[in-house]
Write a protein that binds this ligand. Sequence first.
Ligand SMILES: Cc1ncc(C[n+]2csc(CCOP(=O)(O)OP(=O)(O)O)c2C)c(N)n1
Ligand SMILES: [Mg+2]
Length: 797
Amino acid sequence: MELSSTNELLDSEKLSFDRFRDEVLNDYRLACESREVSLLGRKEVLTGKAKFGIFGDGKEVAQVAAAKFFKPGDFLSGYYRDQTFAFATGVATVEEFFSQLYADPDPANDPHSAGRQMNSHFASPLVGEIGEWLDLANRKNITSGMAPTAAQMPRSIGLALASKLFREEKLLQPFTSLSTNGNEVCFCTIGDASTSEGHFWETVNAAGVMQVPVAFFVWDDGYGISVPKKFQTTKGSISEALKGMQKKEGTNGIDIYKVKAWDYAGMCQVFEAAIQKIRDTHVPALFHVEEVTQPQGHSTSGSHERYKTPERLAWERDWDGNKKMREWILENELASEDELSDLEVTSKELVRKSKYAAWDKFFAPIKEQVIITQQLLEELINKGADENGEITSIKNHLLANREPIRKDVLVALHTAAAVAEAHSLEGPINSYYKLLLEQGYGYYNTHLYSTAPNSPLLEKGTELHTDADAPMINGYEILNKYFDALFASNPKIVAFGEDVGKIGDVNQGFAGLQQKHGENRIFDCGIRELTIMGQGIGLAMRGLRPIAEIQYLDYLVYGLQPLTDDVATLHWRSKGRQSAPLIVRTRGHRLEGIWHSGSPMGLMLNSLRGMHICVPRNMVQAVGMYNTSLAGYDPAIVVECLNGYRLKEKLPTNLLEYKVPLGVPEVIREGKDITIVSYGSTLRVVMEAAVLLHHKGIDCEVVDVQTLLPFDKHHIILESLKKTNRIVFVDEDVPGGAAGYMFNMVMEQQGGYRWLDVSPRTITAQAHRPSYGSDGDYFSKPNTEQVVDVVREMMRE
Ligand SMILES: Cc1ncc(C[n+]2csc(CCOP(=O)(O)OP(=O)(O)O)c2C)c(N)n1
Ligand SMILES: [Mg+2]
């Protein structure tokens, strides 16, 4: 009996030793494969098969160590050095890596971005075919990478905050496919130099304040391209610089750990305990991973010999993580020299084969296009369309190209069609050209917005129901009643921002709602627009429905970077694999002075393609736009009129059901003489002018565009113009801003120029920001008298 239990013990010790050894060797294998990917990847760029390469060499061991503690349900918000992490978690394969390097547009080959992103930008599927959220709690999740340094930081706050909400909010507990009791940790990686960005500091501070489960990893290789850390970081050390944020007994803050990138065993030990602590306590932590190397330099765009000293280069060779891990395995007798050599050979072989497989898949469809094109060109030659040898030369040129791309085939077809026209033989060439063109545009230009059946773009709208004796109440009270009903009806809604929680926003739209629905649903944030937007992005990616506030539209620029780079591009750049249906709530247009009456709509139009831009004229319309947006998965921004909160509106009876269709203008005053197109606050100026003009015998038709993106899907403005033959666009953006955009859409896209009797006009604010005070407003923004005068001039023309 005793003997057998001793044997059992020995057996189990042997088993656990074997398991440990296998795990270590598997990690080493991953590190070797990843290194080979970097080496071969760079060659592919240098030989011209790929355009640009940025790789994770030098960070392999640190990443296999970190990935060991990344569990299903966890999220990575990382950057372009995370290839080893992506391989180790199984989110990406080596073959997929090469497909992305070659920019293969077939999502079956590059599922992460379908050829739309540079290499090393991974994305795991968060949403399914019909836009529905997948079982994220049971998957390892990587949020789509971005190239701007530190852009991954803001959303990490939201990805981590979601865990806290899922753990603390009872109403969210049934959503077990999205979270397992909030156990999920957000891993957030960043290079040492990128910690110089404000994004980093704002994010780490917010994590320390909110106590959310995020693990920041700083890969410190001492450089940001060529600039060393003495020019980047106070005291040349991010862990030193962050000491004031370190959590102590009885305070909030972050835990800080220092590890060495070549010390596999040391990192595993620290990461294991520290990540578990984050998972259990939601206290955030930062790992300062020091002594990272970069064997091949920053990217394929340059060589590091230009800025690293020979001593530094020699040190990097000696302290290479893979080399050190190998030495450690041998010292601890976990494998023999021969075993490691075999493993290294097998790793190289696997990468080489994967590379060829990716290239063959990338090239096969192009090769087929070349063959068909060759046949079409030969047919032309046979039919006598080549008397000057032009077709033969096009053919030879195409066939001489050993690595043609789709563009080369299209150029050949386009040129050949022009020659064939002289013989009326261009038909088949043109048909094939059109087919390939359509295919190409399909590869690159789809999925800017949701393609799901519940797309807000498909919403037809619902009627507004108002009782005959409905009370007239303030605009903010309409919103308040609406948000109250919304929180009661949908447990996934959360709203937050500056002054949103306790006082219920500066205009009382949420007044009393935190007290009623709880601090997990409606809450205050620090003054940090950038990470308020990031918070919204992360929460939305995890399946919640955040309404994130920018207190005044003028401050949108602080939060614009994550909106333009992350939110607006996410669905497109992942070809529908990921969505962030964030709703940004803000208030703008005329009120008082330079920073409380901005209307930078042109700025938004130019930077937020991929979001919907809603510009309601009153709060009931705003409600209808919130409802439409919340019924689908696209991100949207709603600009409420700052001067509309205290204007009286009739209280509808169907606040929760009322939906405004996007991209459908409304004629709010009918007339036959001139069409005035506007939106938001200027509509009140326009309506006043219309009354004055009516007394002068001029009958204005006033059109509210309602949403700038999408813009007038059914050409309702054109219908009005056909009737009046005169049109003026009015808004309070700068000249050439959103009014210029509307002008262009109606003239060019809708063909409005054909219906004009007089020159079309715009009336906008001045080229500078608005001055303070009522006179400042009068002389800076369009006013009633100006509209009256312009319209009268147009009528006289
Ligand atoms: C906002 C922004 N500015 C500049 C760049 C160009 N750029 C790309 S990587 C890089 C250096 C980043 O260094 P670090 O954060 O240390 O990461 P590493 O590449 O060393 O891992 C720079 C300046 C960029 N991508 N984004
Ligand atoms: Mg660096």
